[in-house]
Design a protein around this ligand. Sequence first.
Ligand code: MG
Length: 292
Amino acid sequence: MRLVTFLQDGKLRLGALCTRDERESVVDLQRVEPRLPNDMLTFLEQGEEAQRLAVAALARATDAIPLEKVILKAPVLFPRKIICIGLNYRDHAAETGQAIPEYPTVFSKYANAVIGPGEPIVLPRVSQRVDYEGELGVVIGRRGRYIPENQALDYVAGYLPCNDVSARDFQKRTSQWTIGKTFDTFAPMGPALVTKDEIPDPHRLDIQVYVSGELMQSSNTRNLIFSVPYLVAYLSQVMTLEPGDVILTGTPGGVGDARTPPRYLQPGDEVRIEIAQLGVLRNPVVVETERS
Ligand code: MG
């Protein structure tokens, strides 16, 4: 299933993307199956039973809303945690002049940064070096601590394209990166949470990032240094992972900051992140306007 959070008539709903008569549309899951909740976090907390209900609802749904009649939001709008992994592709570690790490580098974004497909990345007035980072996102589906690596995928709900937008000037002021990573709008994700049954191996996915049509990053998740099961197991040694938590697994080579000359995001750009089987995440880039 391709699960989405969408707005219709001003209300947030839980849906599934489907293709009907060669058109993309959205099935409002709770409308078909009233036992389902209308938000993604509650849905994920209800685990496999809710997934079964949703699969059955999708199969019998007769009403689907054309995609253009709804507004897609980030699939998980208010994750309790957004855990980011740095330097997890060999070529990206090399282009930043860093050694291949022995342990994952971990930093955070907060829910203020989350935006969905089509929503603008806002260039903060205090940064001149805002960069893109296309990444495979992993969404946790089951609560766990000290999760064994060989059971780690049992705790995963699914996957989605993410952008670890980064203000390099703020990021590099100190040894800790979080300050450059969690500006408002710096965590685009979506369009859908693709459930793991559709992705037998998350380490075989092509990932490409385009900025205003120009290919900037092109890799495959097989090049991850630390695998998804390793990361889930490692992080769960430290913190209880909960449904809806999102892990950004790191970005491949080709970021704007490592280019000659550097290629930072500009107003009017569009960042497009494509991950095979997971869909396409597009976000326009805009300047910050005066706020009260
Ligand atoms: Mg990153």
